[in-house]
Design a protein around this ligand. Structure first.
Ligand code: CAA
Length: 294
C-alpha cells in the first residue's frame, strides 16, 4: 500500500521530528496532541529548523512555506480517520499507548497501518489494542530525526509482510534507511548502545577517567560525532534511565542496569541538556563538566 497521508501521535522531540520529515517529503501530515501548547512548541521547533535550512540556502522560502502547508495540528483523534499510516510517538507508558490505539481502532479504516516509535517496549504488547495485529509494527526513529538516517522497522509475530513492505517503502520515501528488527526490547541499536553508555557512566563513577576524557576517547579514537556522556545528556538522562529500566525488566541482565550515579543524577533533576545540567553544565557559553563529587 502506498502511504500518502500520515498521522503522528505526539508532538514532542520525536513526534515533531517525524512530522517534519514527512512534511518535507511532500506528505500531508496531521499531528495529534493533548494540548495546543505542545503543538505550538513542536511546530515552533520545525519552523526554526526550516528557517535555518532556508538561511543556509538549502531550501527556498517558498519551499519552507510548502513544507509547513503540509503540516496540521489537532487535538481530535477523529482528524486522523483518513490517514494511511499513524506513527505513535507518545511517552513509554503502555497503558497510554494502548488507550490511544483502542480509540483509533474504532475510527480508522481497516487499511490504516499503526506504527509505534517505542525505543524499548515490546511492540506486540500493543497488538490487541489496535484490533489489527497484522497492521501494527515498530518504526523506531533516532534523535535528531531530521538528521539521523536510520529507522528500525520492527516485525512482531503478528505483523504481515505487506505491512513491512509498505513501511520500508515509506521510510525510503521520507529519505530514511530502514533496517528490519525483531520484536525484542531495545531492537538492534539500543541493545548495543545502552550497555556501552552505561559502561561509560561506570567508568566515570569508578574514577577511571574524567567526563571529558571519556568523551574525547570515543570521539577521537572511534570517530563518533559525540562521546557517550555528551550523548546521554543529548538523549536526556530521564529518558535514558527509562529505556534502561524497561530493558532491565525484560532481560534481568546486569548490562542493562542503571548504575547508582545515573539514578542519583535523575533524582537530582540533572536530565542533561533539556534541564541545563547533566554530565555537563550548559548554563555558560560552552558546556563544562558538572562537579558530580567523584
Ligand atoms: N534538529 C535538527 N537538525 C539538527 C539538530 C537538531 N536537534 N542539531 C543539529 N542539527 C543539524 C544542523 O542544522 C546541521 O545541519 P546542516 O548540516 O544541514 O547545516 C547539522 O545537524 C550539523 O549540526 P552542527 O554542525 O551544529 O553539529 P554536529 O555536526 O555536532 O551535528 C548531530 C549534530 C547531528 C546531533 C551530531 O552530533 C550527531 O550525529 N550526534 C549523535 C546523535 C546520535 O547518536 N543520536 C542517536 C541517539 S540514540 C536514539 O535516538 C535512540 C534511542 O532510542 C535513545
Amino acid at each position: 500500500m502506498s502511504i500518502e497521508k500520515v498521522g503522528v501521535l505526539g508532538c514532542g522531540l520525536m513526534g515533531s521530528g517525524i512530522a517534519q520529515v514527512c512534511a518535507q517529503a511532500g506528505l500531508k501530515t496531521m499531528v495529534k496532541e493533548i494540548d495546543q501548547k505542545f503543538i505550538d512548541k513542536g511546530f515552533g521547533v520545525i519552523n526554526k529548523n526550516l528557517q535555518r535550512a532556508a538561511d543556509k540556502g538549502k531550501i527556498t522560502g517558498e519551499k519552507k512555506d510548502e513544507i509547513l502547508s503540509n503540516l496540521k495540528g489537532t487535538l481530535e483523534f477523529e482528524d486522523l480517520k483518513d490517514c494511511d499510516l499513524i506513527i505513535e510517538a507518545v511517552p513509554e507508558l503502555l497503558d497510554v499507548k494502548n488507550g490511544m490505539y483502542s480509540t483509533l481502532a474504532g475510527i480508522c479504516p481497516e487499511k490504516t497501518i499503526f506504527a509505534s516509535n517505542t525505543s524499548s517496549l515490546t511492540v506486540v504488547a500493543m497488538a490487541a489494542a489496535t484490533g489489527r495485529p497484522d497492521r501494527l509494527c515498530g518504526m523506531h526513529f533516532f534523535n535528531p530525526v531530521p538528521m539521523m538516517r536510520l529507522v528500525e522497522v520492527v516485525k512482531t509475530i503478528a505483523t504481515s509482510q505487506e505491512t513491512i513492505d509498505s513501511c520500508f517503502e515509506f521510510c525510503r520515501k521520507i529519505g530514511k534507511s530502514p533496517i528490519l528488527a525483531k520484536d525484542r526490547s531495545g531492537f538492534i541499536v539500543n541493545r548495543l548502545l545502552i550497555p556501552y553508555m552505561l559502561d561509560a557512566i561506570t567508568v566515570l563513577e569508578e574514577g577511571l577517567a574524567s567526563t571529558e576524557d571519556i568523551d574525547k576517547g570515543i570521539m577521537l579514537g572511534l570517530n563518533h560525532p559525540m562521546g557517550p556522556l555528551t550523548l546521554a545528556d543529548f538523549v536526556g538522562l530521564d529518558t535514558f534511565i527509562e529505556v534502561c529500566d524497561i530493558m532491565f525488566n525484560e532481560f534481568h541482565e546486569k548490562r542493562f542496569s542503571a548504575p547508582p550515579l545515573l539514578k542519583k543524577m535523575v533524582l537530582a533533576g540533572y536530565y542533561g541538556r533539556k534541564s541545563g545540567k547533566g554530565f555537563y553544565d550548559y548554563s555558560g557559553e560552552k558546556p563544562v563538566p558538572t562537579d558530580l563529587g567523584i
